[in-house]
Design a protein around this ligand. Sequence first.
Ligand code: MRU
Length: 351
Amino acid sequence: MKNKKSNQQIESFSAVKWDAGNLILLDQRRLPNDVVYLRYDSIFDVAAAIKEMVVRGAPAIGITAAYAVVLAAISAYKDSPNSWRQNIEKGLQELAAARPTAVNLNWAIKKMRNEFHSIDGDPQEILLKLAIKIHNDDITANHEMGRLGAELINPNSEVITHCNAGALATGGYGTALGVIRAAYKKGLLNKVYASETRPWFQGARLTSWELEQDGIPVSLLIDSAVSDLMRSENISWLIVGSDRITANGDVANKIGTYSHALSANYHNIKVMVVAPASTIDMTIKSGKKIPIENRPSNEIMTFETSKTVANQIEILNPAFDITPSSLVDYIVTEKGIIHKPNAEKMHAIFG
Ligand code: MRU
């Protein structure tokens, strides 16, 4: 594997960076074999990069969107200083529509928009300052969630995680992987299992890579082997991130999370969802109303044999599913832990 990094570097790894007026994204489609950074100066190109999975993971998408607003404002102000606000509207709309499920995308755009009224003249300095704050706040939140989540874990635990909710999916350190990192540092974890996460293999390519680079023992298995693993091994926790959590505590996350949570409940394995406040959407009452992204069919019809029927049948490729709050034991946020989440407990913290 190329570009092996030291533990400290991976922990604080950033998938998103600002450099000399440009946005730099680590191309996550090429990991772990190639570490390639792409440079952006257009909000439209950033919207396409989000859609095409150059950058992914709810908090990382939100941070990317914040920097994309800065890019749009810089170029619109250069072209027409008096009408930059109107002129970035089309770009903002395209950015907002890039991926529908992770609420962090629209959360970040809204936060940036709210700052427009305070700007008199060149918007760059004020908007960049806010985007950097959104980025840094996410890293701080991850460390706090790591600390809080690790307090729930007993010594000698074995845990399962799904998809990638690590440094790559956030500003740095990670949500679910932040808890795993913190618990491992405290000597509480014997082993982590990562499910491969079809069809983009975030578990196989990204989570395994992050944990291996950090020296945390990780075993990889296919998604459909998880129930049997829960039956046969001594697993204590399923620990995952989230793309959106609704007012009643329902959780949208990578497709497969729901079936993992069902199996975990059946086998008395606790379910921990780790997500920052920017992932909480109190405007939606329950998970039924969360828009679920359906991605192109060619992402799953990869075998030659399946290609032969690809044009003749309906192909479903939902990227996320909803885990009802009744299957979740803990939601860990930087604002506190919610045990057995429901509408009342969510309202007490996020109302
Ligand atoms: O399609 P992706 O890779 O963007 O999906 C990512 C996930 O589902 C993550 O678990 C979620 O965004 C939380 S990341 C901290």
